[in-house]
Ligand binder design. Structure first.
Ligand code: SAH
Ligand code: ZN
Ligand code: ZN
Length: 441
């Protein structure tokens, strides 16, 4: 279902049908300097193919027609980003940059550093500290009139926080790990914030340590970044991390370890944060990325490659969190990434969270690190396969005939079907009639 052709300077990559529903849409990766900007940075050129069934004129019969247009790289839903520009109308959109004011926070990094320090201090003396979604500030209840004000109010002159604003209660713990307190932005297509469970955070950190990754870029993984930062404070963990995410609220909590970033086009919104990222790339040795399900892997992959071009290290370890049933979609753009057997768990995902101790997640860590280098010895539910020499699910039995551990979901032992010469799910029965049907058609 995926084709990849190179035509002139453009690369056409088909998006699977599930993303398009009615018409086929292709992404055209070309020079982003050409592209107009939406609020989320440079837009992407798409080509939509329609099926036409004309019976009049010379051009009779059915055929495909296509339209090219620029649209938001991150949000395919017009409600989340309404930008749309036909390719032929490009000159009507002269701007090559747009101020993404709604995403940028108003104060300098030094302010947020101060405010974070004050908030932690106020928490430790028992003050009621909150995050205000409207002011985008850390605020606290003042002594005399039960009013809330910014934790470092001397810097803020005209801050009008009112009772109508939406606020979130904070503790010292949730200031260090804000993904536990902030309301997830959206449960579906948009930002799709699904947070790792604590055990998955600990496995990811252990994998980073095992692979000697000391400076990791956490792309779209605020829960993991918070986990690493907290470990640094509490148990002097040596791993450093920088968070790149499109959710501006994290700046308040990670003033020096956050860059507002769009992983679908590689855009960094703020010049100071761009400098921070550039200097981090000099030491960066690993990337962990957990794209929202709506983000097209081809765009994330191309943004990641461009980003890593300016890294000093030639080999950057990549850990890309992705569903196992979309392996071929990921491997069309990142063929070197192979899945570990470890099942990634989420706290707030209705499908991929751990239910009653039964681990049903189909999400895996795809990596360019040789799988043999990663041990799951300390994780419950996995065993070492001495033939494959990797860690696999405890229910996964090595098949001598396939010469691999075959159960993809890792929950049940697959059985070998000698007729088909492959392993299949245990309840499958070999059907001769079905095969006969196939041979005939
Ligand atoms: N499992 C991760 C969170 C994944 S949710 C964790 O536990 O840390 C996806 C994250 O990607 C969210 O934080 C969301 O804000 C961010 N995101 C969504 N679209 C993005 C984009 N285009 N560029 C960068 N980050 C994006
Ligand atoms: Zn407010
Ligand atoms: Zn095996």
């Amino acid at each position: 279902m995926y084709v990849s052709l190179i035509i002139n300077q453009f690369i056409f990559i088909s998006i699977p049908l599930a993303f398009t529903l009615f018409a086929r849409i292709e992404v055209i990766l070309n020079d982003v300097k050409e592209a107009p900007f939406c609020l989320h940075g440079p837009t992407t050129l798409f080509e939509r193919f329609y099926f036409c069934n004309k019976s009049s004129g010379d051009n009779s019969g059915s055929h495909y027609e296509s339209k090219r247009f620029y649209a938001c790289s991150a949000y395919r839903d017009r409600k989340l980003c309404s930008f749309y520009c036909k390719e032929e109308d490009l000159n009507k959109h002269p701007q090559r940059s747009v101020s993404s004011h709604h995403l940028l926070l108003p104060y300098k990094t030094t302010y947020y550093k101060e405010s974070l320090k004050s908030a932690l201090r106020l928490c430790s003396v028992g003050k009621n500290v909150k995050y205000c979604e409207d002011c985008r500030l850390l605020i606290y209840e003042t002594f005399h009139n039960n009013k809330y004000k910014a934790v470092t109010s001397e810097v803020i002159i005209n801050q009008k926080h009112t009772d109508q604003h939406t606020t979130v209660n904070l503790t010292k713990e949730t200031i260090l790990q804000p993904s536990f307190a902030l309301k997830p932005l959206s449960q579906d297509k948009g930002n799709a914030q699904f947070f790792f469970s604590a055990s998955t955070c600990s496995v990811l950190l252990s994998i980073l340590k095992q692979t000697q990754s000391n400076n990791v870029l956490c792309i779209g993984t605020p829960r993991l970044h918070g986990y690493i930062q907290r470990e640094k404070v509490l148990s002097s963990c040596e791993v450093n991390s920088l968070l790149l995410d499109l959710d501006p609220r994290y700046k308040v909590f990670f003033p020096t370890t956050f860059c507002l970033f769009n992983m679908c086009n590689g855009h960094v919104f703020n010049s100071d944060e761009k400098k921070r990222l550039t200097s981090y790339l000099k030491v960066c040795d690993a990337v962990i990325v957990d794209p929202p399900f709506g983000a097209l892997p081809v765009l994330v992959s191309s943004a990641l490659r461009k980003l890593l071009e300016s890294a000093s290290s030639k080999f950057i370890k990549i850990f890309w969190i992705f569903p196992i049933f979309l392996t071929s979609l990921l491997q069309t753009c990142e063929p070197s990434l192979k899945p570990l057997h470890y099942r990634v768990n989420y706290d707030n995902h209705h499908v991929f969270k751990k239910r009653r101790n039964e681990d049903i997640s189909l999400v895996r860590i795809f990596t360019n690190v040789p799988l043999k280098q990663i041990s799951l010895a300390d994780v419950d539910g996995y065993q070492f396969c001495r033939y494959c020499e990797i860690w696999v699910s405890q229910y996964n039995w090595h098949c001598r005939r396939c010469n691999t551990c075959t159960s993809v979901a890792g929950r049940r032992r697959y059985v070998h079907c000698s007729e088909c010469n492959t392993c299949v799910k245990p309840h499958y029965m070999h059907c001769v009639a079905y095969l006969e049907l196939f041979r005939k058609t």
